[in-house]
Design a protein around this ligand. Structure first.
Ligand code: ADP
Ligand code: ASP
Ligand code: MG
Length: 407
């Protein structure tokens, strides 16, 4: 008997008919003789609607209360799915994250899982239950409900699979697997049979929301056999694995984009040691995650520094930047709110110099200006204007011939 973790995302549980469809998939796994733990998201756009209501009341909601609110979405789905399974003659029990014993830190709205006890889950499995767990949520040691960041139900599923040492973790969603680019934006994107944890982690971190990046981190750390597949058909999906068979052949795995960041530029910073440290210490103290950092050496003993942050952190980051700029005597602070980042990810991007050349030429051919560039061993990212994203990803995908690759 195997132990299987299945996760169903928002579109897959959007209404009661779809919940019945999910129940059938769960039963199929159960009837194959397996123990089954199911993790579900909130129905359809429920999380967005809940958060929108909060912002109708206040522009500055308490993060603790936002988590209390957002976590209710998943609670609806677990109860409904349990009822659907009962109706079909199966033993099932629903559990919230705190009931399972998912302990997190206290960073509300982007909490990290610090510990999971498997005791209650095992008790339920041993008494023959299908266990249905609310994704995206946990609790702090003092009992406050937390959420794991948007898209965090994937992380709940993989973390449970890791502690239970599950034989597989299947992420059921509204596309057939992981593609070379978001298939909604690039219709000729190609489905990958397999992708490595490292490349998937990079794609997820750079914006491919098909998997939550922390879910991939867990999968990599605990070697969880992970598959992304469709809720609406039985086709095989994409395996996320340690190594793919034909690693040598794969230069580029995919193109990702992110339009949720904004850029802050600090011009005319004095060119002496400690200035950057002061700026980034202030941002760290405000718990702001900083992404692309660039420094240009200016004239007359000054530097220009730019960095990107999540748009939701823009105001807080701007306050920090302005305060530091004034203290150290920088010339001015400027915000570019409408930027986007397009990235090419693959094990071979650094060694194959033509990838960068082709990426930049594809953008140039479409008259798209590159505002900044950053690279790592397995990615190249460019900041461009947000309005250019759609045509940029299609052009890069075409220029790199990704719809006809070898995987
Ligand atoms: P769920 O609610 O099931 O978690 P999400 O909306 O979070 O679903 O993630 C699935 C979506 O991810 C797809 O509908 C697709 O538009 C998007 N996506 C972005 N990049 C990719 C990619 N490289 N491959 C597949 N899907 C992608
Ligand atoms: N319901 C949450 C969200 O919309 C978590 C998830 O779907 O993974 O972000
Ligand atoms: Mg998701």
């Amino acid at each position: 008997m195997a132990l299987v973790v299945q996760k169903f995302g928002g579109t897959s549980v959007a209404d009661t008919e779809k919940i019945r469809n999910v129940a059938r998939k769960v039963i199929r796994e159960r009837e194959a003789g397996n123990d089954v733990v199911v993790v579900v998201s909130a129905m359809g756009k429920t999380t967005d609607q809940l958060l929108a209501m909060a912002y109708e009341l206040t522009q500055n909601p308490s993060l603790r209360e936002l988590d209390m609110l957002a976590s209710t979405g998943e609670q609806i789905t677990i109860a409904l799915l349990a009822m659907a399974l009962h109706e079909m003659g199966h033993k099932a029990v629903s559990m919230t994250g705190p009931q399972v014993g998912i302990l997190t830190d206290n960073i509300h709205s982007k909490a990290k899982i610090v510990q999971i006890s498997d005791q209650r889950l095992r008790e339920q499995l041993e008494t023959g239950h299908i266990v249905i767990v609310a994704g995206f949520q946990g609790a702090t040691v003092d009992g406050s409900i937390t959420t794991l960041g948007r898209g965090g139900s994937d992380t709940t599923a993989v973390a449970l699979a890791a502690v239970l040492k599950a034989d597989c973790c299947d992420i059921y969603t509204d596309v057939n697997g992981v593609y070379t680019c978001d298939p909604r934006l690039v219709p000729n994107a190609r489905k990958l049979e397999a992708i490595t944890y490292d490349e998937m982690l990079e794609l997820a971190t750079l914006g491919a929301r098909v998997l939550h990046n922390r879910a991939v981190e867990f999968a990599k750390r605990y070697n969880v056999p992970l598959q992304v597949r469709s809720s609406f058909n039985d086709e095989p999906g994409t395996m996320v694995v340690k190594e793919t068979g034909n690693m040598e052949d794969i230069i580029v795995s995919g193109v990702a984009y992110n339009r949720t960041e904004a850029q802050i530029k600090v011009y005319g910073l004095p060119d002496h040691p400690g200035v950057a440290a002061e700026l980034f210490k202030a941002l760290h103290d405000a718990r702001i995650v900083v992404d692309m950092i660039l420094q240009n050496v200016g004239h007359d003993d000054t530097n220009d520094l730019s960095f990107t942050v999540a748009r939701e952190d823009l105001n807080a980051a701007l306050d920090c930047a302005k305060a530091v700029a004034e203290r150290v005597g920088a010339r001015e602070v400027i915000v570019s709110p409408n930027i986007a980042k397009v990235s090419v990810v693959g094990a071979g991007v650094q060694s194959h110099t033509d990838v960068a050349a082709n990426m930049f030429k594809a953008l140039a051919d479409k008259q798209i200006n590159i505002q900044s560039i950053s690279t790592s061993e397995i990615k190249i990212s460019c900041i461009i204007a947000e309005e250019d994203v759609d045509k940029a990803v299609q052009a890069i995908h075409d220029a790199l011939d990704l719809s006809v690759g070898s995987v």
